[in-house]
Design a protein. Sequence first.
Length: 71
Amino acid sequence: MNKINPEKLLNSKWTACVPKQKEKHFIVTALIRDEEEQIVSCVLQAVMTRNDYTMDWNLLKNNENWLMGWK
């Protein structure tokens, strides 16, 4: 499990363990918060294609799918 501080998630870099459509490296470009200012999801942008993907930030904790940094 990757340990993540959700407040330091913005602009962090991630590598997908199983790349799809040549999208391997990502950067967190936005955080989505609820009414209580808790982070509920994040927007990952693929470095090569600039495609944006919104996902639950807790999924980044799974080190079988995501690695911290660009590897």
